[in-house]
Design a protein around this ligand. Structure first.
Ligand SMILES: Nc1ncnc2c1ncn2[C@@H]1O[C@H](COP(=O)(O)OP(=O)(O)OP(=O)(O)O)[C@@H](O)[C@H]1O
Ligand SMILES: [Mg+2]
Length: 290
């Protein structure tokens, strides 16, 4: 079992902006989902875990070792797929993996070759091994990203919004790949897709404005909202009135009709009960005052 223990972590960027505020989390094997709106601090948190950002305070302990003291230890055990991979050099998929493997310190030649071929197979890119990565489609680039993250058999894999921009088929393929590899390792996934966290992750956290606002098992967080979520179809001109009198957690167009969803301990007049979803947990938590 691997363990990542983040305690009282804060990060202030050089310009004085505090992107992470006193976050503590315990993460074990399996898939951990990190949800939060744009600018919440998900990428900042991930970059701090992988050692690309030095925290202002707090610490990160991986398998009992403080990573700030032994940065090589986490580097050797870690795979990272950043949100923005940047520019790909004009080299083939195979050569780029080879290069990254060397940077990761995989010295044994035969082992390296075997692993690269195995990973290309795993992410379904064997037929494209000699193609230059910059010519790949978005989905192929993300699968390549997973292959590079898996080099060296890391015990912790961090993927930052990996399915953004993928078509539904590629997204499914990518998610099942993550699911397969998360059995014996820690996978931390950040995403805006609440549904993906529900389907893939055994544990999750929601962050907003740099703060941790919810954490737990998706099913448990959903159960807490049982009999507290209500919905109603309204006319567009009624929206402001409802917003003034109810805790509206979302508004949604369904077949061109406007529905509002509210959180309340008792059934509000003219509202229908709806079974809680992780989406409700997410929106409700964002309306909470920290
Ligand atoms: N290098 C930096 N210097 C200063 N501020 C930064 C830096 N990087 C990020 N920020 C700020 O930190 C906050 C959190 O950014 P971050 O990229 O971590 O959010 P995020 O949750 O990953 O958002 P998204 O969902 O859009 O990817 C934002 O307000 C952002 O502008
Ligand atoms: Mg981000």
């Amino acid at each position: 079992m691997n363990t990542l223990s983040i305690s009282h972590l804060s990060l202030t960027y050089k310009n004085g902006f505090q992107a992470i505020k006193d976050i503590s989390l315990e993460i074990g094997n399996g898939m951990f989902g990190l949800l939060g709106p744009n600018g919440a601090g998900k990428s900042s948190l991930m970059k701090t875990i992988v050692g690309l950002q030095k925290p202002s305070s707090g610490n990160i302990i991986f398998n009992g070792i403080d990573i700030s003291r032994e940065p090589d230890f986490i580097r050797q055990n870690l795979g990272f797929l950043p949100q923005d991979f940047g520019v790909y050099p004009k080299v083939s998929a195979y050569d780029l993996l080879h290069h990254i493997a060397i940077l990761k310190g995989i010295k044994d030649n035969a082992f390296r070759k075997r692993q690269i071929s195995g990973l290309l197979e795993k992410v379904n890119l064997s037929d494209f091994r000699n193609k230059e990565v910059h010519t790949f489609s978005g989905g192929m680039k993300q699968r390549f990203g997973v292959a590079q993250a898996l080099l060296g058999n890391p015990k912790i894999i961090i993927v930052d919004e990996p399915t953004a921009g993928l078509d539904p088929e590629e997204r499914n393929r990518f998610n099942s790949l993550l699911n397969d590899i998360s059995k014996d390792v820690i996978v931390i996934l950040s995403t805006h897709l609440v549904e993906d966290v529900r389907n893939l992750c055994s544990e999750m956290a929601i962050i907003n404005k740099g703060k941790l606002i919810r954490k737990g098992k998706p099913g448990d967080l959903i159960s807490e909202l049982e009999h507290k979520i209500w919905s109603k179809r309204i006319n567009r001109n009624e929206w402001e009135d409802y917003q003034a009198t109810h805790e509206i957690i979302s508004q949604q167009l369904i077949e061109r009709e406007l529905y509002i969803t509210t959180f309340a301990a008792h059934q509000p007049k003219d509202f229908n009960a709806v079974p809680p979803l992780l989406e409700h947990v997410y929106f409700h938590s964002l309306t909470q005052k920290p």
